[in-house]
Write a protein that binds this ligand. Structure first.
Ligand code: PRP
Ligand code: URA
Length: 205
């Protein structure tokens, strides 16, 4: 599946301020929210719709409404920074949670929590701001597939070539939406240029 990189002047503007190490957590959270709105619109561009007839004050009109329920699955903890934009745009969305944490020494993700709504027949969008080695996203997608998800997407703020390759190897049918596709990983498996530790910057830890 292709990698979709956000192409919007506002996305570029917000990304630059998110990357800036002098951006403080309160502003960082707002910027992440704005980028999340742009990602949510991009990642749902192909949602199926069905006909619905309504009466305007003047006449009958045949319009279209969403035909498939949406489930958003943030990967805890940093994924929570991308949840609210989806919830605000799609008020009927259901939310599931997958808790994963990378070991600081090995960069391998460990699972510590999972709570998912029924997924069959829905569009499931897994969100996590950073796709670095891809270990967390690959594991989270395996979990939601195991729970019955069939129509899946993944949305992030920054991706790396290694992360995208890992996803395309493990889950080749899953489209990836990202706001920025960066150059590489450093020796500590952080994305460069990246923006540092997203969770720490979001929550001021
Ligand atoms: C970060 C990030 C991703 C993961 C990406 O989370 O939010 O979940 O690392 O790295 P990967 O692609 O190499 O797996 P982290 O494990 O630091 O936990 P946090 O969200 O609690 O900060
Ligand atoms: N997790 C982050 O928060 N940032 C990175 O660059 C890699 C993993």
């Amino acid at each position: 599946m292709p990698l979709h990189v956000l192409q919007h002047p506002l996305a570029a503007h917000v990304m630059t301020h998110l990357r800036d190490q002098t951006t403080r957590p309160a502003t960082f959270r707002t910027l992440a929210y704005h980028l999340g709105l742009l990602l949510a619109i991009e990642a749902t561009r192909d949602l199926p719709t069905k006909e619905k007839t309504v009466e305007t004050p003047l006449e009958s009109h045949q319009g279209r409404v969403l035909a498939r329920s949406l489930v958003i699955v943030p990967i805890l903890r940093a994924g929570l920074g991308l949840m609210q934009p989806f919830v605000d745009l799609f008020p009927d969305v259901s939310v599931g949670y997958v808790g994963l944490e990378r070991d600081h020494a090995t960069a391998v993700a460990r699972s510590y929590y999972c709570k998912l709504p029924p997924l069959a027949g829905t569009r499931v969008i897994v969100v996590d701001p950073m796709l670095a080695t891809g270990g967390s996203a690959v594991q989270a997608l395996a979990v939601v597939k195991q729970a019955g998800a069939e129509d899946l997407s993944f949305a992030c703020i920054v991706s790396s070539p290694e992360g995208v390759a890992a996803m395309q190897a493990a889950h080749p049918e899953v489209p990836i939406f990202t706001a920025a596709h960066d150059r590489a990983l450093n020796v500590r498996k952080y994305i460069i240029p990246g923006l540092g530790d997203f969770g720490d910057r979001l929550y001021g830890t």
